[in-house]
Design a protein around this ligand. Structure first.
Ligand code: CTP
Length: 416
């Protein structure tokens, strides 16, 4: 069995916001971090509050903003040292020239600088300022000091600035910051590869107003799509009807029926390196769809259903097939049924989970049993975002092994 060492993604992020026009972008950053499963505690400097109100961050983060070293009530709830310990990662975005200077000096003259001094967590800084302030020798020396101490710098970007000038000093886009923080752990494992994934349920129409569907929410598939993107893949997500936002940077194709999903998947996999079938595709579809609403005329109504195309098996059967991964939703004998599906559909890997009214579907957490020919790995119950990242790390490892198998040494012939 191959063990994959995956450092866990930062779950508790302390986001320091300092005074600059880019503070408004930090609001978007909170959302980007939370959609990756992180808890975010915002700490604002006095300057930051001149640009955005604490209420904005409180609403987006779901936690009261901390802004004062001397706030007795807040200190009683969680003292600043506890807060510094709570953080698994400290991110300062935007970091103004003044804040960078204070960090470089090791000052502790407000809550944010005190926390940065007191934390043992890695510190990331996303500078944002006017281009002359950025290129000023004083700022450059401060930045070099921070970098030498192991502080990780994000950006700044070049472009048009709020002051009307053009040059280096814009804060990196929130999505780029979030992606870089979370990508560090997946380490470009799928860099340069095209991954196609299906997710969500399908809907098989009975008449113009009714359909047959299932309980799939699409959450697991969407989390896997986001994790694959963070691992550096170009991701095409073929989705059945779900109420989920498309992960940033992912190309989404919406479909309804199994037949439409079949066509969309086959159109997308022509140049794909990997295919993951995470959708709960209908196995049977009504033999015919009534053109008018079916009236309740008789006591008993019989529906005639016919087999829907098996998308996963058809992709695995392609002559030039991508590395093909399936999911298996089982109510009993999970491993036995999943192994059987792995072999029957000729898959490279399968992720099995136990399903039921109170399991897996439409929940925030899940557990998976990952199987491949000759190997298995159990991923215990955790948030779908975390689970998806561990799952993608395994997929990437198995993909590399399948494409570039480690060379087995030929036995040395005995000399007799
Ligand atoms: N799948 C598919 N097309 C179908 C049915 C299933 O591509 N028409 C894929 C799913 O996306 C999943 C895998 O097949 O990756 C297994 O789905 P599951 O419903 O567990 O298994 P089935 O093949 O439908 O077998 P059974 O219903 O007998 O358990």
């Amino acid at each position: 069995m191959t063990e994959i060492g995956l450092p866990s993604a930062p779950r508790r992020i302390l986001l320091g916001v300092s005074g600059g026009i880019a503070a408004y972008k930090a609001a978007e950053l909170v959302r980007r971090l939370r959609e990756r499963g992180a808890e975010v505690q915002v700490v604002m400097t006095a300057g930051a509050k001149q640009f955005v109100t604490p209420l904005t961050f409180q609403a987006l983060s779901g936690r009261a903003v901390r802004d004062d070293l001397w706030d007795e009530a807040a200190e009683d709830a969680m003292g600043h040292i506890e807060l510094a310990r709570w953080a698994e990662l400290v991110l300062v975005a935007p970091a103004s020239a003044d804040l960078i200077a204070r960090l470089a000096m090791g000052r502790a003259d407000d809550l944010l600088t005190t926390l940065v001094l007191a934390t043992a967590a890695p510190v990331w800084v996303a500078p944002a300022m006017n281009r002359f302030m950025w290129s000023n020798e004083a700022t450059q020396a401060n930045v070099a000091t921070l970098a030498a101490r192991g502080v990780k710098l994000l950006g700044p970007d070049a472009g048009e600035q709020a002051c009307g000038e053009v040059g280096l000093g814009r804060m990196q886009e929130p999505e780029a910051i979030a992606a870089e923080i979370f990508a560090s752990e997946l380490n470009g494992a799928l860099h340069g590869l095209h991954l196609v994934i299906s997710a969500g349920p399908t809907r098989e129409p009975l008449d113009p107003v009714r359909f047959i569907s299932n309980r799939s929410s699409g959450k697991m598939g969407f989390a896997v799509a986001a994790a694959a993107r963070d691992a550096g893949a170009r991701v095409t997500l073929v989705s059945g009807p779900v109420s989920l936002a498309t992960p940033a940077g992912v190309t989404r194709v919406d479909v309804e029926t199994a037949e439409q999903m079949y066509r969309a998947v086959h159109a997308a996999v022509t140049d794909a390196d990997l295919y993951i079938g995470a959708a709960a595709v209908a196995d049977y579809t009504p033999a015919r769809c009534a053109t008018q609403k079916i009236k309740k005329s008789s006591e008993c109504l019989e529906l005639s259903l016919q087999r829907a195309p098996d998308i996963l098996a058809s992709v695995a059967a392609l002559e030039r097939r991508p590395f093909t991964v399936g999911f298996a939703a089982e109510t009993t004998d999970v491993e036995k049924h999943a192994r059987e599906k792995l072999a029957r559909k000729r898959l490279d890997l399968i992720a099995a989970n136990e399903v039921g009214a109170d399991r897996a579907f439409d929940r925030e957490d899940n557990a998976l049993l990952v199987l491949w020919p000759g190997g298995r790995r159990e991923l215990e119950l955790k948030s779908k975002a975390d689970l998806a990242r561990e799952f993608i790390a395994i997929v990437a490892e198995r993909y590399r092994e399948a494409r570039h198998p480690s060379v087995a040494l030929a036995p040395v012939a005995g000399s007799g």
